[in-house]
Design a protein around this ligand. Structure first.
Ligand code: 13P
Length: 242
């Protein structure tokens, strides 16, 4: 991977109009910024207009999910070929909100990743422990299991990026310490040696320290990616990492 990757996961925020306004402002704000790869992950209805707005820039556009089948009777799902046709660069899979709220499992996460990669899309596959699992001392076991399920199906694929997102740190303002992130990333990398992003309350003022850890290759940003100033400041901080 050329530089640190900073990806903004907008979750279920920003319809097409707001998304285009944001994308245009981000495009202007980070023009000429070197040393960081930037991606945004809008909701499905905003993908096409954001792609048009960012055409000709180096900011990549990812979807937030993708189905494992090529087509079929899967109401509410979107196939990798459809995203590819749109010009989307990749997709997030296995986000903890999908796992916790929508029945996503290690197996479906791996299947979604495999289908997207086979279509030529890049993939950000998420892993991470809950607060209960961390308290029980199971963090490494959980992230190794989740990563192993992806490794078994996908292997070492050049289009694959993992994201370590401790569930207790998502949207809570509680960030893993740089040492906690480093330990988890090292455990993940021992199973699958691909770039690994950290996610969970990443903000401009903790980006350099978190992304400066040896096994942290970037960030998957939620809340702070919804405001141009804070997302751009995170990208600028990441670009300063030697
Ligand atoms: P927050 O940055 O809001 O904690 O969200 C992280 C996340 O879930 C990114 O996918």
């Amino acid at each position: 991977m050329p530089g640190v990757l900073i990806a903004g996961n907008w979750k279920m925020f920003k319809g097409p109009g707001e998304a285009v306004t944001f994308a245009a402002a981000l495009r202007d704000r980070v023009a000429g910024l070197d040393g960081v790869d930037i991606a945004v992950c809008p909701p499905y209805p905003a993908l096409a207009p954001v792609l048009r707005t960012l055409d000709g820039t180096s900011i990549a556009v990812y979807a937030q999910n993708v189905h494992w089948e090529a087509e079929g009777a899967y109401t509410g799902e979107v196939a990798a070929s459809m995203l590819h046709e749109l010009g989307v660069a990749g997709a997030i899979v296995g986000h903890s909100e999908r796992r916790q709220l929508f029945g996503e499992t290690d197996e479906t996460t791996a299947a979604r990743a495999a289908a997207a990669l086979a279509e030529g899309l890049r993939v950000i596959a998420c892993v991470g422990e809950t607060a209960e699992e961390r308290d029980a001392g199971q963090t490494e076991e959980v992230v190794r299991r989740q990563t192993g399920a992806i490794a078994d199906v996908v292997g070492l694929h050049e289009g694959l990026v993992l994201a370590y997102e401790p569930v207790w740190a998502i949207g809570t303002g509680k960030t893993a310490t740089p040492a906690m992130a480093q330990d988890a990333h090292a455990a993940i990398r021992s199973v699958l040696d691909v770039p690994i992003l950290y996610g969970g309350s990443v903000k401009p003022d903790n980006t350099e320290e978190l992304c400066g850890q040896p096994d942290v290759d970037g960030a998957l940003v939620g809340g702070a990616s919804l405001v141009v100033d804070s997302f751009a400041a995170i990208c600028e901080a990441a670009a300063r990492i030697p």
